[in-house]
Design a protein around this ligand. Sequence first.
Ligand code: PTJ
Length: 261
Amino acid sequence: MTIPKSHPRYESLRRREQLVRAWKGRLVVPEGLIAHGRGEAWDYLLGEETPAPALVAERAAAAFLVRARRPVISVNGNVAALATKEVIRLATAIPATIEVNLFHRTERRVARILARLRKAGGKDVIGLRPDARIPGLPSRRALTHRKGVFGADVVLVPLEDGDRTEALVRMDKAVVSVDLNPLSRTSQRATVPVVDELTRALPNIRRFVRDLQGNRSEADRLARTYDRDANLRALYTFLDWRIQGLARARGTGRRRKTRTR
Ligand code: PTJ
């Protein structure tokens, strides 16, 4: 299906098409389509734009990644479907290792996602033949690499399940999450929870990485002073303001700002 660029929901529909295509190509699992719908619902509430608190978290995320000794970006099926190029651009900018790590793991799907990342220019990309296990994780998500997530000091985990975030934090790693759901266990447990849509968050983080690479003292300051609880509180306040605004607009018969189909 060709979606006209003039369609008011062009970006959202394009993302859906990308996911469906990746599902047909067996990169994405059906559960990934459900997870995407959940993310979309939150994005509606957030106004389909990066909220200011998310921008603050994205800058802090960049600071952690710039200062890291062994930064790793974890990629699953949905992330590969939606943001292969952006993951590679970010990994190149940091620079970071990319590890394919799947919740619904099959070696074939890992191989397919690896091939997609390499074809798009990914160099330091691993995932097959894992040589370590994340302690305390019963799922196949635990299978990992010493050179990747297992040995990392900072791990970027987009569209993650809460179990692994918790396990990685227990391992004393700094975990940067990207998850539109501010109530998910991932957002609640990550060191730097970025509550934003993946394809908006990754380019923002990359821009901040570029800025901070030229200003290490600012990166140090940000990593030292970043307050995740205050940032999440600001996000909840933003959500509250959005919903109150929608309620007021309805009460007065004014048009809602939320874009609808
Ligand atoms: O490819 P696999 O096997 O590793 O499986 C990937 C999924 C996504 C199915 C797996 O990690 C999973 O089940 O994730 P969850 O527990 O559903 O969590 C995904 C989270 O990502 C949810 O909280 C969604 O709100 C959020 N989300 C979905 N799409 C986006 C998103 N957040 C940001 N940007 C999105 N585009």
